[in-house]
Design a protein around this ligand. Structure first.
Ligand SMILES: [Zn+2]
Length: 115
């Protein structure tokens, strides 16, 4: 199997994992509970549910962003630019790609971008 094909399979399986995680998060969101609006919960429960909802939304946002990055990584494999830093054009070390396969930047660019 070619390296590209291997990476693609890995990225595809990561996407599937994210879909499962997103579904689980949505299911655990108290706001998704159809009885939520009418359950006349105490203020305490409302606050707890609000917090849970916000945490879940934040987690879903992170996962959605990752999903999007993986899609870009898959397109970059087809274009032949996968594994190359989008900012400085240097080759991203294999070790880093093994850790974060969807990364589009080398460590130094990533650090520069956070600043
Ligand atoms: Zn770079």
């Amino acid at each position: 199997m070619s390296k590209n094909k291997e990476t693609k399979l890995l990225l595809e399986s990561e996407k599937e994992k994210i879909v499962v995680q997103l579904r689980a998060l949505k299911d655990s969101d108290p706001f998704e509970d159809p009885t939520h609006v009418t359950d006349n919960a105490s203020v305490d429960t409302d606050v707890r549910e609000q917090e849970a909802h916000q945490r879940i939304e934040a987690e879903m946002e992170t996962l959605n962003k990752r999903f999007h990055d993986i899609d870009i990584a898959l397109k970059r494999i087809d274009k032949g630019t996968y594994g190359t830093c989008r900012r400085c054009n240097k080759t991203i070390p294999a070790k880093r790609l093994a850790l974060i396969p969807e990364t589009m930047h080398c460590v130094s660019c990533e650090e520069e971008m956070i600043k």
